[in-house]
Design a protein. Structure first.
Length: 390
């Protein structure tokens, strides 16, 4: 069998994780296959005659495919897997980050820290993915009784001076009007950094007054002090799944028409959200202790001992600050973590139970069904869909 020639068009010269890491995932799958030859070609099948015969003999393409490329490859009958959500379309197979799971993960992270006023800032009208992230973020916030606003921040090249100044003014107005404490979810990591600077300039503490989380985990930006929490998108898995999907297409196997959606790995918590927004300092300390020990057995007595107060005092303060007891809050946080882990098929149900702090899988399943209204397996199927995890 001749080697399969795969064109890779991922704009890997761009300094973004979603380019570089998707490429790494594609290469990981390609190494596991015999007879795959991956060639970087940002314009597959374009002017093939002038460029040489080798540019007209692709068996498949993985690309951040603009509409023109999609039409061209379809015309030539070359299987394509698109990884650019902005250009997702019917009739083109694709693998994309799960916008709903991404928005929910960010909202959960802020809600678990007690923030009841939330805001999303991003290019919601021009970027389809960002608009869906914002919608999911707002839905989750409002489902928990929190207030949530969405602010459009147009993503234009920073070389555009007028656009940059407009962003500065928009952020400044928001900071001047916000009533702390508030949790802020921002699309762009550099603008999240700018927001942290603006908050500090106006005397607002990050994270006590304003907690900030970035949609993009651009490490060179978010790791500067104060470090900014961010979403860890599983780009490498997206690349791997794209290559596996292309393999099925090239082999003529049946493939679902719906896109494959990849849930995020989770939130990378850093300094910008390292705070629990409750007025009672004792309850905030208790929540911090619970978050750090969530995968371990936690008793009310253990928390009280750590904080040098009586269990009765701790229970009373929780009820006054949060309206629930300590055990109820621990259970809520455990279930929240379990929901996030269930969206990652690499975790078995037993592993989800253990990581969420449940002593036995059977206990986890019973509590999950009672509190959530469905089984962990059914919840996973609904969240992940028909994603093949072989």
């Amino acid at each position: 069998m001749d080697a399969r020639r795969i064109a890779i068009a991922l704009e890997i010269d761009q300094p973004y994780p979603q380019h570089q890491e998707v490429f790494a995932g594609v290469q990981r799958y390609a190494r596991s296959m015999k007879g795959w030859r991956c060639l970087i070609d940002e314009h597959p099948m374009l002017q093939a005659c002038q460029r040489g015969p080798e540019y007209g003999r692709y068996d498949g393409v993985i690309a951040r495919a603009k509409p023109g490329m999609q039409r061209r490859l379809k015309r030539h009958g070359v299987p394509l897997v698109n990884v650019l959500y902005q250009t997702a379309s019917k009739g083109t197979h694709g693998v994309y980050p799960d916008a709903a799971e991404l928005g929910q993960a960010a909202a959960d992270h802020l809600l678990e820290r007690g923030f009841r006023t939330l805001c999303y800032m991003g290019d919601i009208n021009r970027h389809r993915h960002s608009g869906q992230v914002a919608s999911a973020f707002r839905r989750r916030a409002e489902s928990e009784g929190a207030g949530c606003t969405v602010v459009e921040v147009i993503d234009l090249p920073y070389i555009d001076a007028s656009a940059w100044i407009k962003k500065e003014h928009l952020l400044q107005r928001w900071v001047e009007q916000v009533v702390p404490p508030a949790g802020l979810f921002m699309e762009e990591a550099p603008i999240a950094r700018l927001m942290v600077e603006r908050c500090q300039q106006f005397g607002l503490d990050v994270p006590r007054d304003i907690a900030v989380i970035s949609q993009h985990n651009l490490r060179s930006v978010v790791n500067v002090e104060p470090q900014i929490s961010s979403i860890e998108i599983d780009n490498e898995r997206a690349g791997y799944e794209a290559a596996r999907l292309l393999d099925r297409l090239m082999s003529g196997k049946a493939v679902a028409a719906s896109p494959i959606l990849i849930p995020p790995k989770g939130v990378v918590g850093r300094e910008s959200t390292d705070y629990f927004a409750v007025r009672d300092a004792l309850v905030a300390d208790a929540l911090r202790y619970i978050a750090a020990h969530l995968c371990e057995p936690i008793k009310v007595e253990d928390i009280a001992y750590h904080l040098a107060v009586s269990s009765r005092t701790l229970q009373g303060r929780f009820d006054a600050a949060l309206g629930v007891g300590v055990s109820q809050e621990v259970r809520r946080l455990r279930l929240g973590k379990a929901k996030r882990l269930l969206t990652d098929p690499s975790y078995s149900i037993a592993e989800v139970a253990k990581e969420s702090g449940f002593a036995r899988p059977q206990l986890f399943c019973a509590v999950f069904r009672r509190e959530v209204g469905t089984t962990p397996t059914a919840f996973r199927k609904q969240a992940v869909g028909e994603l093949d995890t072989e």
